[in-house]
Structures are given as C-alpha cells and as structure tokens.
Design a protein around this ligand. Sequence first.
Ligand code: PNS
Length: 160
Amino acid sequence: MITVLCPGSFDPITVGHIDIITRARDLFGSVLVGVGRNNQKQYLFGDQRIDLVREALDGMDGVDVSPIEGLLVDFCRERGITAVIKGLRFGADFDFELQMAHMNRGLTGLETVLLPAAAEHVTLSSTILREVMKLGGDVTPYVPDVVARAIEAWRSEPVD
Ligand code: PNS
C-alpha cells in the first residue's frame, strides 16, 4: 500500500472533491488530503478550509488531512510520498495540471496521477459555488453538510 497525496485549495470542499478522494483511497489504499495554498488565489474560507475538510472527511477509513506549507514537493519528500493525485474535469484543468505536474516532476521526481471527475461532477467548481453563495443562491446539493452549515454562518456574518 502506498500513500498518495490529494492536494487542493478546497475553498470550500465539494461533493466532487470527496468523490475524487474516495476513489483515490480505493485505488491506493490510503490517501493524505493536503490543503494547500495557490498564491494566485484569494481564499474566501481562509484557514477554515482545513477544518472544513477535516470535518467533511471525518471517519473515512484510509483518509488523513494535513495543511501544506511551502512547496508541495518538499511536503511530499519529507513524508516519503512519491505521487499526487488530482481530479480532472475538462480541458482547462488539464492545461493547468500538466504545468504543475511537469514542474513537480522536474523539481524532485514527484509523479502526478490525473483521475477523471465523475460525469455528474464535471461542471462542479468551488469558484462558481462561491459566486452563487455570495449572491444568495442555494449550493447545499453540492457541498457536504459541514460546509452547508459554514455557509449559513457566513451568510449571517460575511467576512468578504
Ligand atoms: O485546488 P487548486 O487551487 O488547483 O490547488 C492548487 C495547489 C494548492 C495544490 C497548488 O497551488 C500547490 O501545490 N500549492 C503548494 C505550493 C506549490 O508547491 N506550488 C507550486 C506548484 S507547481
């Protein structure tokens, strides 16, 4: 059994992410979910993203959660992790993931496995969910209960 890292921004975690994490765990036996930071992005849920991922995945066998500080490749090297797995929805994902995959492999040899998103999740996007929720729309079908509750709390006291 090898542990594979499933990294992402998870702002917030969606049912699409959970599907990829579950399938990664089923494929590899064990998955570490890494909540990272893309410096090009402003996060709505900030550090709360980590707690939401932890609570959403609580009780899942073979699934652990960790924040990622610094470079992804350093995080993996320190833990003996040799591969990351990312969900792939459409062409734009592929273009971005390919750049990161080659950079990570060039830096330390870290491999990337790309897993096609389930058909019912290919158009699901945290970016669009944030837009809809900011404008008062109901996104509960697309997020775990813990995120739905966090959105309710955010609605009563928005930070952005
Ligand atoms: O869900 P996202 O936004 O596509 O996740 C991107 C993330 C956080 C996995 C990526 O930005 C990342 O790996 N950040 C850690 C810092 C790093 O190593 N950046 C260089 C990536 S080639």
